[in-house]
Design a binder for this molecule. Structure first.
Ligand code: BEZ
Ligand code: FE
Length: 310
């Protein structure tokens, strides 16, 4: 006698069909989230959110195995490109606008305070200088357009802040920082100034040019793959600190630069764009100890009093 097949299961056929990919993804996500058990609640909150967003990315984009491995290899090479002199991970964060996003959420200061902006990778300890000093002593001094940068450091009510430190660093007229250019001494185009009685600072230099971020690593590959240019608009970096006030790290951006609307680091904010004043008057030039014509930038920095920071 031939054997009969077992009777077909009764009831809801959906209850016995294999789970869908979506259901399996739900179960997987739940088990990963259940494994997040740090004694530190902040770590739990950060990792839980990160895992949720990463899993949502996979659900939405359905990367192939090959795409996934390409991404893993890219991140591996980003890490391998880092050295004591170079941080490709921060560059990646800058180029994806993440550094500026973190800046936005952390520096939502009161109206009137100078907006902050990304620090970038080129800050280094600078020589202390007296107001009026030149920060330019390399070959750019004879090549570039002479400029005077000056301004006042005040609080958000306009009260002068004496003894504030104004740490500035910039690229030269060819777009190179000292650390990128064998013809410049380390410390060139940098200086730490201290404001006077009225909160004033000033220095002499040459007008910086726009420049490309480093593109010889994996982040450069990414920019090319996205059809993006690597340029940052001409700028001078500032970090201003004063007793009793919150510090600010920011930029002075040169008005008129062609890359202001497409900064590769997404760091331009309207309050930071300063009009260069072209001055041909020899008596004005003499007052600053430069030859006419020269360019003047006036950049005031308004800090937040500590008691107003929550
Ligand atoms: C910079 O301005 O120095 C900079 C900022 C972000 C990425 C690369 C360079
Ligand atoms: Fe820069």
């Amino acid at each position: 006698m031939t054997q009969q097949p077992p009777p077909a299961p009764r009831g809801d056929p959906a209850a016995t069909s294999p789970p869908t990919v979506e259901q399996r993804l739900d179960v997987l996500l739940d088990s990963v989230l259940n494994s997040v058990r740090s004694p530190d609640p902040r770590i739990n909150s950060l990792i839980t959110s990160l895992v949720r967003h990463l899993h949502a990315f996979v659900r939405e984009t359905r990367p192939s195995d090959a795409e996934w491995l390409t991404g893993i290899d890219f991140l591996k090479r980003v890490g391998q490109t880092c050295s004591d002199q170079r941080n490709e991970v921060i560059l990646l964060s800058d180029m994806l606008g993440l550094t500026s996003a973190v800046d936005e959420v952390n520096h939502d200061g009161p109206v009137g305070a100078t907006p902050s902006s990304v620090e970038g990778p080129f800050h280094s300890p600078a020589p202390a200088r007296a107001n009026g000093d030149w920060i330019s002593s390399g070959p750019e001094r004879h090549r570039g357009q002479v400029m005077v940068a000056r301004g006042r450091v005040t609080d958000t009510d306009g009260a002068a802040i004496p003894e504030a430190t104004v740490d500035v660093w910039q690229a030269d007229d060819a777009g190179h920082y000292d650390s990128q250019d064998p013809l410049q001494q380390l410390g060139n185009l940098r200086g730490v100034f201290t404001t006077g009685e009225n909160g004033d600072y000033w220095f002499r230099s040459v007008v910086p040019s726009s420049y490309p971020v480093p593109t010889d690593g994996p982040v450069g590959e990414l920019l090319r793959a996205l059809g993006r240019h690597p340029m940052r608009p001409a700028h001078i970096h500032y970090r201003v600190e004063a007793e009793g006030h919150g510090p600010v790290t920011t930029h002075l951006f040169v008005a008129g630069d062609e890359h202001l609307d497409s900064d590769a680091a997404f760091a331009v904010k309207p309050g930071l764009v300063v009009q260069p004043r072209y001055d041909e008057d020899p008596s004005h030039a003499a007052a600053f100890g430069v030859d006419a014509p020269f360019i003047e930038f006036v950049f005031d920095v308004r800090l937040i009093r500590r008691e107003s920071i929550h």
